[in-house]
Ligand binder design. Structure first.
Ligand code: ADP
Ligand code: MG
Length: 840
C-alpha cells in the first residue's frame, strides 16, 4: 500500500510532472536535491552519494544533493552531456513562510540555451525546424549573442546540412518527425530533440518580411526559449531572413572532407582552413570568421569589398599593427550585452565594457588614416557609445569587486547620498581610532584594542590578564577563552552611526548598480551593432595578416567567366603545415572551354592534394581572402560538390560504395554549370569494371548535361582515352621521375595522361619485404599483358580472348594444338599441365 506522501514531496511531484525530460534540482536550504530516478541517474553521472528520504519506511525515496554554491558546476556538467536541468528555487524566505516554502522552476538549462560557459568563444546555436508539406523552415538563435535567423529549405538533407554546419546540439522540433527523420537527427547526429509543437497565442515577435512557415518556426523557437529561460530576453535581435542560395553552397560532406572548420581526426579546429586564417583578436571576430568560412559569398561586389579592405590593411603595416593592439583591448561585447540583458552582469563586466568602448575611438582614428570609400562605411558604423562609456566611467569603480553585495562598486562623486554615508563611515573609523587611544591611556591597558565582527559588532578586546584594569563604564559583550569583549556607551553611539551608514550605503550601492544595469540595457542593440562592425574589421585584418605571412595574392574574380587560371598555386593548409619550401606549387588551368580535368598519376603522387588545393583556393577567394598562388583568375562558383576519399560515412553507417554513389548523385542532381565538382577516385568502392563503367558514365553525364567545372582523379588509366570523345575534357597527370628502377614523385601536374601506376613503388616506400615486392612485380607483368576492358564500352570489343595479345602465349597455344590427348597417359597429361603452368 502506498504510504502517505508528505506535503513537501507532493510539491516536488507536482513540479516534476511539468519537467519529465529534465533533471529537477529542488532547492532545500543550502542544497539542491534530486529525487527518485533523477537522483539515481544523477548520482551515477555526477558521482554523488545516493541516499534516501524516509529511510526506515517501506518505500524509501532515493535522494541525492548538490550544495547550492557548487550547483553551476554540476549543471554545466549535465548540460554538456546533453541533458536538461530544471532549477526549482525557494520563492520566499523559509523563515517567514507559513507551511511549506513556495517553490517554482526559475529556469530550464538545456544544451542549446546554456550561456554560462566560462571563456567559451564559440557560438552555441539552438535550431528549430518546421515542416509544411515538402518544405522546411529552419530558424536558429544564439542566446549568448542574441543572433536570430530564419530560412526556408527545400529538402531534409539541406536541413541536416544546416544543423551540422551550425554545430547545433539541440533542435527544437515544430512538427511530428517521421521515423527516418527521427533516426537521422536522434541516432546519427546525436542531437537533443525538444518539442515545441504548439504556439502560445499571446506570443509576439517583431520581424521584417517573412513567409508564413518562417514566422511559424521562428515563433516556435522563441516560445521554447521563453518557456525554458523565464527571464528577460531583451538582447535578442530581430529575426532576420537568410537564403542559403546567397552563399557558396557546400553540403556537410564537402565541408567535412575539405576540413574547413574542424579536422576529421579529432573534430577540432587544428589543421583546418579556419585554424589557418584565424588571426583575429576579438571573440566576435573569431566567431564571425567561422561563419565566413562556412558561408563564402557569391556576389562579386561583396567579395570585392572585403578584398579591397584586406588590400588596404596589407599595404599599411603600421596602421594595421596599431589596429591589432586596439582590437586586443576589446572584450566580447556580444556576450557582455547578453549578460546585461539577463541581469547577470557583474561590476567587472561593466569595466570590461567601458574598457572595450574606450578602444573604439582609437580604432576609428586608425581607420581614418586609410582613405578609402569602403573604409568610410566601416568608420561610420563604428559607434563608440560615448554616453554609455561616460555612464560606466562615472559610476563603476575600477576597484569594484566581482560580487555585487560587498559594496565598493560605485565611484565616489557619482551619488551625493552615498558619499555622505561613506564620509560617516570614514569619520567613524577615525573616531574609533581616537577612542581606542583615549581608553588605552585612561585605563593603562597597553594591549587594549577595538575590533569588529559581525556577531558582536565593535568591542574592546581585553586579554585575561588585564581584566582587573577594566573600567566601570565598560560592559561585557562576550567571553572567550583567553579574552573578553566589552562595550561602552561611547562606542555604541559610534557603532550605530557606522552600522547605519554601512547598511544604507550597501543598499544604495546595490540600487545604483541596478540602475546602471538598467540604463545599459537601452544600449544593447547599439552594442550588438558595434560588435558586428568590430568583428568584421577583425576578420579583415586577420585575412591581411595571413596573406602577408603566407605570401598570398589577390585573386581576380569574374562573375560571368568560366576561366580558371591559377599560376603556381598551393594548398593553403598543407603548405602551412609542411613549410613553403617543401610544397611543390602547381598551375591549375581550365580555360573557358574545358569543363572536366581528368587527373591520373600514381598513388601518393598528389592528385587529391591538387584537387583540394583548388577547392580551398576557390573558397578562400569567395570569403574575400587572398590566395596561395603567384596569380589567380577565377569565376565565382555557386556551389562545391565533392566526393573525396574512400572513408565510410561513420554517422550513417552506410557502406563506402553507397556513400560514394549517394554523394555522386547529390552532385549530379544539384550542380549547375557554375558549380565546382571534385570527384576523387570515384568507383573505388566496387569491383573494378563496375566502378570504371560508372566513373565513365558519370563523367559523360557531367559533360553532356551539367557542364560544371569538374576535377576527376582516377586510377583507371583507361578513362584517359575519353578526351578523344569528350570535347570539354582534358587529361593531366602527376609527373614522376624514374631513375634506375626508383621512382620519385615530383608532385607536379603536367599535361596529358599518366602511363603507369606506381603502386608497387609506394609499397616499397612503405617497407614491404623485398621478395614480396618481386613477386608483386611478376604478377603485375602478367596482368599487364592481359587485355584491359574496352575503352569505349562496346560489346564486340569486349570479346577479346585471353591469349591474343602476347606473343609468349603463342608457343603454348601451338603446343596445345599439337597435342594428341587420346594417346596420353594420365601421368603424361599431368606432366603436361605442370609444363604449361610453368611456362605461364
Ligand atoms: P594521391 O591522391 O595521388 O594518392 P595525395 O594528394 O594524397 O596523393 O598526396 C600524397 C602525399 O604527397 C601528401 O600527403 C603530401 O604530403 C604529398 N604531396 C602532395 N602534393 C604535394 C605537393 N604539391 N608538394 C609537396 N608534397 C605534396
Ligand atoms: Mg588521393
Amino acid at each position: 500500500m502506498a504510504e502517505k506522501i508528505s506535503p513537501g514531496m507532493q510539491q516536488y511531484l507536482d513540479i516534476k510532472k511539468d519537467y519529465p525530460d529534465a533533471f529537477l534540482l529542488f532547492r532545500m536550504g543550502d542544497f539542491y536535491e534530486l529525487f527518485y530516478e533523477d537522483a539515481v541517474n544523477a548520482a551515477q553521472i555526477l558521482e554523488l552519494t545516493l541516499t534516501s528520504r524516509n529511510k526506515n519506511s517501506a518505500q524509501p525515496i532515493p535522494m541525492a544533493g548538490v550544495p547550492h554554491h557548487a550547483a553551476t558546476e554540476y549543471i554545466d556538467k549535465l548540460v554538456n552531456l546533453g541533458y536538461k536541468v530544471a532549477v526549482a528555487e525557494q520563492m520566499e524566505d523559509p523563515k517567514k513562510a507559513v507551511g511549506i516554502v513556495k517553490r517554482a522552476v526559475t529556469q530550464v538549462i538545456t544544451p542549446g540555451t546554456t550561456i554560462d560557459h566560462a571563456n567559451a568563444v564559440d557560438n552555441n546555436f539552438l535550431v528549430a525546424i518546421e515542416q509544411q508539406e515538402q518544405r522546411f523552415a529552419l530558424s536558429y538563435m544564439d542566446l549568448s549573442t542574441g543572433e536570430f535567423k530564419v530560412t526556408v529549405l527545400q529538402d531534409f538533407s539541406a536541413v541536416v546540412g544546416e544543423i551540422a554546419s551550425l554545430k547545433a546540439r539541440e533542435v527544437v522540433i515544430g512538427f511530428l518527425l517521421d521515423e527516418s527523420q527521427k533516426k537521422i537527427l536522434d541516432k546519427q547526429m546525436n542531437l537533443l530533440l525538444s518539442e515545441q509543437l504548439d504556439l502560445p497565442e499571446t506570443l509576439q515577435m517583431e520581424h521584417g518580411d517573412l513567409s508564413a512557415i518562417e514566422e511559424q518556426v521562428a515563433l516556435k523557437l522563441l516560445a521554447y526559449v521563453k518557456r525554458t529561460q523565464m527571464r528577460d530576453l531583451s538582447h535578442l535581435q530581430e529575426v532576420e531572413h537568410y537564403e542559403i542560395k546567397d552563399f557558396l553552397q557546400m553540403d556537410f560532406a564537402t565541408k567535412t572532407s575539405l576540413e574547413l572548420t574542424v579536422n576529421k581526426r579529432e573534430n577540432k579546429k587544428h589543421g583546418t582552413l579556419y585554424w589557418l586564417l584565424d588571426e583575429t583578436k576579438t571573440a566576435m571576430g573569431t566567431r564571425m570568421l567561422r561563419t565566413w568560412i562556412e558561408r563564402p559569398l557569391i556576389s562579386e561586389v561583396a567579395i570585392a569589398k572585403r578584398m579591397a579592405i584586406v588590400q588596404l590593411f596589407l599595404d599599411h603595416f603600421f596602421e594595421r599593427s596599431d589596429l591589432i593592439e586596439a582590437l586586443k583591448g576589446v572584450y566580447d561585447l556580444e556576450r557582455l550585452a547578453s549578460r546585461v540583458s539577463f541581469g547577470k552582469a557583474l561590476p567587472v563586466d561593466f569595466l570590461q565594457l567601458a574598457h572595450s568602448l574606450s578602444n573604439v575611438p582609437a580604432i576609428k582614428n586608425i581607420l581614418e588614416l586609410l582613405p578609402q570609400e569602403q573604409m568610410k562605411q566601416l568608420i561610420e558604423r563604428l559607434d563608440a557609445l560615448p554616453e554609455l562609456a561616460d555612464l560606466i566611467h562615472q559610476s563603476i569603480s575600477e576597484e569594484a569587486s566581482r560580487t555585487i553585495t560587498e559594496g565598493g562598486i560605485i565611484k565616489t562623486g557619482y551619488n551625493p547620498q552615498l558619499d555622505k554615508y561613506r564620509e560617516a563611515l570614514e569619520n567613524g573609523t577615525s573616531w574609533i581610532a581616537q577612542l581606542e587611544a583615549t581608553e588605552k591611556a585612561r585605563t593603562g591597558i597597553s594591549t587594549l584594542r577595538i575590533d569588529y565582527n559581525r556577531k558582536d559588532g565593535y568591542y574592546f578586546h581585553i586579554t585575561q590578564s588585564q581584566l582587573d584594569s577594566v573600567p566601570e563604564h565598560f560592559f561585557r559583550k562576550a567571553t572567550l577563552k583567553n579574552s573578553e569583549r566589552f562595550g561602552s556607551q561611547e562606542l555604541t553611539e559610534i557603532e550605530e552611526i557606522m552600522l547605519e551608514a554601512r547598511e544604507k550605503s550597501s543598499i544604495l550601492e546595490y540600487e545604483l548598480f541596478m540602475s546602471v544595469r538598467d540604463q545599459t540595457e537601452q544600449y544593447i542593440s547599439r552594442l550588438q551593432a558595434l560588435a558586428k562592425t568590430i568583428a568584421e574589421i577583425d576578420c579583415l585584418q586577420s585575412l591581411a595578416v595571413v596573406a602577408e605571412k603566407q605570401g598570398y595574392v589577390r585573386p581576380v574574380l569574374t562573375e560571368n567567366s568560366r576561366h580558371v587560371e591559377i599560376k603556381a598555386g598551393r594548398h593553403a593548409v598543407v603548405e602551412a603545415v609542411m613549410g613553403a619550401q617543401e610544397y611543390v606549387p602547381n598551375d591549375i588551368a581550365l580555360p573557358e572551354q574545358t569543363d572536366i580535368q581528368l587527373i591520373t598519376g600514381p598513388n601518393m603522387s598528389g592528385k587529391s592534394t591538387y584537387m583540394r588545393q583548388f577547392a580551398l583556393t576557390v573558397i578562400m577567394a569567395q570569403i574575400g581572402s587572398f590566395v596561395p598562388a603567384e596569380s589567380a583568375a577565377l569565376p565565382i562558383f555557386d556551389a562545391i560538390f565533392t566526393r573525396i576519399g574512400a572513408s565510410d560515412n561513420l554517422i550513417s553507417g552506410e557502406s563506402t560504395f553507397m556513400v560514394e554513389m549517394s554523394e555522386a548523385n547529390h552532385a549530379i542532381q544539384k550542380a549547375t554549370s557554375r558549380s565546382l565538382i571534385i570527384f576523387d577516385e570515384l568507383g573505388r568502392g566496387t569491383a573494378t569494371y563496375d566502378g570504371m563503367a560508372l566513373a565513365q558514365a558519370i563523367i559523360e553525364y557531367v559533360h553532356e548535361h551539367i557542364g560544371a567545372k569538374t576535377l576527376f582523379a582516377t586510377h583507371y588509366h583507361e578513362l584517359t582515352e575519353l578526351d578523344q570523345t569528350l570535347e570539354h575534357l582534358d587529361n593531366v597527370h602527376v609527373a614522376t621521375l624514374e631513375q634506375n628502377g626508383n621512382v620519385t614523385f615530383l608532385h607536379k601536374i603536367t599535361e596529358g595522361p599518366a602511363d603507369k601506376s606506381y603502386g608497387i613503388h609506394v609499397a616499397k616506400i612503405a617497407g614491404l619485404p623485398s621478395d614480396l615486392l618481386e613477386r608483386a612485380d611478376l604478377i603485375l607483368q602478367k596482368l599487364e599483358n592481359k587485355p584491359l576492358p574496352a575503352k569505349k564500352v562496346e560489346a564486340q570489343e569486349e570479346q577479346l580472348s585471353l591469349f591474343d595479345i602476347d606473343e609468349n602465349y603463342s608457343e603454348i597455344i601451338d603446343k596445345l594444338k599439337d597435342l594428341n590427348v587420346d594417346n596420353m597417359t594420365a601421368r603424361e597429361a599431368l606432366n603436361f599441365l605442370w609444363e604449361l603452368k610453368d611456362a605461364l
